[in-house]
Design a protein around this ligand. Structure first.
Ligand SMILES: *Cc1c(COP(=O)(O)O)cnc(C)c1O
Length: 454
């Protein structure tokens, strides 16, 4: 029998994260201050983040030690399993080998606690008692709530109001782990009160929830703010995924030709591909292909310009050089909520600009079709976000069928879809639709890019 599951021994779990900044052929463009538009210094970020995370954000060290306390929590579900998708390969009748790293076995059900646990730990080390954050459908809020529980740090989550009422299960997870989750807009911040005065029935938005979480963190000494994707330190914490995958593949004498992942802010995919990208940069695997998959309705990497833009709708967050659809862009309501961000991790954008990675956009219906095919072969019901990676994995495996090539494909299975069954229900009932590329809305939003020198 061919082996299906490859899991590292717990004792062999990597003890350092990998920092791509040490190996970039050109350095990243600097962040700019949202008011002055001057390059950002560490002190500008100090009200929001603990110093250790600010240091990691700009560190040029190739490897950074994972603290023992963080490793102890990781061991609750790590190392995660690398699967060989024998049944999918058979269903597709492809000569390609398909592997996936499954991050859905963490307590919150996705890759997100890999960074949440590290972030809460560093905050606690620096005496912080409370952390605020925002969440849309609740994946990030639930990961941070879990991490707060692990270290006894109070977590307050501003959850977009429509999701708070329409998607209660992740809210209940947060509350079960002891976090305080409130609907945004709320009466607790000026940003929230101003909005409610204007529109008492405001359904909320991620941008507004960010403003509320940032405002509260800025106004209290004992409180800081936490972000679940996009930033350099977040991507670095996720490299535990790729380091484990690389080690296990090395043990069995295999190596991917193509690495595939879905991208919202870019953290789960960067987490798996960065350790392999090092080999491409070093010339050990020059023909390695890395494919970022995004929704056709929020085509940041495939259609956006590479420009300086704000990280949030309100214009409070740092300005970053990225592919962007404009900070005011509100994408169509596709079910993959985690992929509806207007920008993208500066690291991924920089790598795309340097042509070290590729990008592809896919339609919603095609992703659910792939997700159902995956569930009917491999069994796992993936998050709608993850189905984007599954789509392109299947497409590449079918290309191999045509050419007869025995390529090795690796994708990151970022999480399960057990709280997204309403989306599958809509798909199975034929009620889902594809959205056209929202050209006019994007052109409108791009008029508001900040004026900078870059
Ligand atoms: C949040 C999320 C994503 C998208 O975020 P990234 O930072 O791009 O990884 C993808 N998959 C799952 C399961 C998520 O919860």
């Amino acid at each position: 029998m061919d082996t299906t599951k490859y899991t590292l021994d717990e004792k062999k779990m990597p003890k350092q994260w990998y920092n791509i900044q040490a190996d970039l052929p050109e350095p990243l463009p600097p962040y700019l201050h949202p008011m002055t538009k001057e390059p950002l210094g560490p002190q500008d970020l100090a009200p929001l983040f603990p110093m250790e995370l600010i240091k990691q954000e700009v560190s040029q060290d190739r490897y950074i030690d994972i603290p023992d306390e963080v490793l102890d929590v990781y061991r609750m579900w790590r190392p995660t399993t690398l699967y060989r998708a024998h049944r999918l390969e058979k269903a597709l009748d492809t000569p390609a080998k398909i592997y996936y790293k499954y991050e859905g076995t963490s307590p919150p059900g996705s890759h997100k606690p890999n960074t949440a646990v590290a972030q809460v730990y560093y905050n606690k080390q620096e005496g912080i008692k409370r952390i605020t954050t925002e969440t849309g459908a609740g994946q990030w809020g639930s990961a941070l709530a879990f991490a707060g529980m692990c270290f006894g740090v109070e977590i307050k989550v501003f959850m977009v109001k429509v999701s708070y009422f329409q998607k209660p299960y992740r809210r209940i997870m947060m509350q079960t782990w002891g976090a305080n989750c409130i609907p945004s807009p709320s009466e607790e911040t000026k940003s929230g009160r101003d909005m409610l005065a204007k529109d008492p029935d405001c359904p909320g938005s991620l941008g507004l929830a960010i403003s509320e979480a940032v405002e509260e963190a800025m106004s209290r000494e004992d409180t800081k703010y936490s972000l679940g994707s996009v930033l350099n330190h977040v991507l670095m914490h996720q490299t535990i995924v790729g380091l484990e995958a690389k080690q296990v593949l090395e043990d069995i004498g295999d190596y991917p030709d193509i690495v595939i992942g879905c991208v919202g802010g870019g953290s789960n995919f960067a987490g798996i591909f960065l350790p392999f990208l090092k080999d491409k940069i070093d010339g050990k695997k020059p023909d390695l292909r890395i494919i970022n998959v995004e929704p056709f309705s929020c085509p940041t990497l495939t259609k956006g310009p590479y420009a300086y833009d704000y990280g949030d709708v309100a214009g409070l967050a740092p300005i970053a050089k990225m592919f962007t659809l404009g900070h005011g862009f509100i994408p169509p309501p596709v079910h993959a909520g985690g992929l509806r961000y207007h920008g993208m991790a500066p690291i991924i954008c920089h790598l795309l600009k340097l042509k070290l990675v590729e990008a592809r956009a896919v339609h919603q219906l095609a992703t659910f079709e792939a997700g159902v095919q995956f569930a009917r072969s491999e069994g796992i019901i993936c998050a709608p976000e993850t189905d984007h990676a599954v789509r392109v994995t299947i497409d590449e495996a079918l290309k191999c069928k045509e050419t007869g090539e025995k390529k090795v494909i690796l994708f990151n299975n970022s999480g399960h879809g057990h709280f997204d069954m309403a989306a599958y229900d809509a798909y199975l009932a034929g009620k889902l639709q594809d959205y056209e590329y929202p050209k006019e809305k994007i052109e409108e939003a791009l008029k508001d890019l900040p004026k900078t020198e870059g």
